[in-house]
Design a protein around this ligand. Structure first.
Ligand SMILES: [Zn+2]
Length: 121
């Protein structure tokens, strides 16, 4: 189990996973979030990696709730069609970077979502 010294000096912080509520574009989402928590003072410290994982989970949950394709959906549908990110980007008329970002956690808008479905469904 991974531990870390707390800034309070009293406790060893343990890597703890718990449910976190967040509001994304007006939609409440609940995701699992990992951070180091001190049993003495309760302070919570997340690493940059953990913070970005949480952001990603929030974006996935938000897309599930609003009926958008999730990053996982986009990636698996793209692979099913045997398309590279570049090929999908060309079909979508966007840059490859946009496709990568959608797959990695950036929320696409509804117009883009419709176009993605047209190409991938
Ligand atoms: Zn502490």
């Amino acid at each position: 189990m991974s531990t870390k010294k707390c800034p309070c000096g009293k406790g060893d912080m343990n890597l703890t996973t718990r449910m976190k509520s967040a509001c994304c574009n007006g939609v409440d989402v609940h995701v699992e979030s990992s951070a180091y928590v001190c049993p003495c003072c309760g302070i919570e410290v997340g690493t940059v990696f953990q913070a970005s994982e949480t952001q990603k989970a929030i974006a996935e949950e938000y897309r599930k709730k609003t009926g958008l394709l999730t990053g996982c959906d986009i990636e698996s549908l793209r692979k099913k069609r045997a398309l590279t990110r570049k090929q999908l980007a060309d079909l979508m008329n966007v840059c490859e970077d946009s496709v990568r970002k959608w797959e990695e956690g950036l929320v696409q808008d509804f117009t883009m979502d419709k176009r993605l479905r047209k190409i991938l469904d």
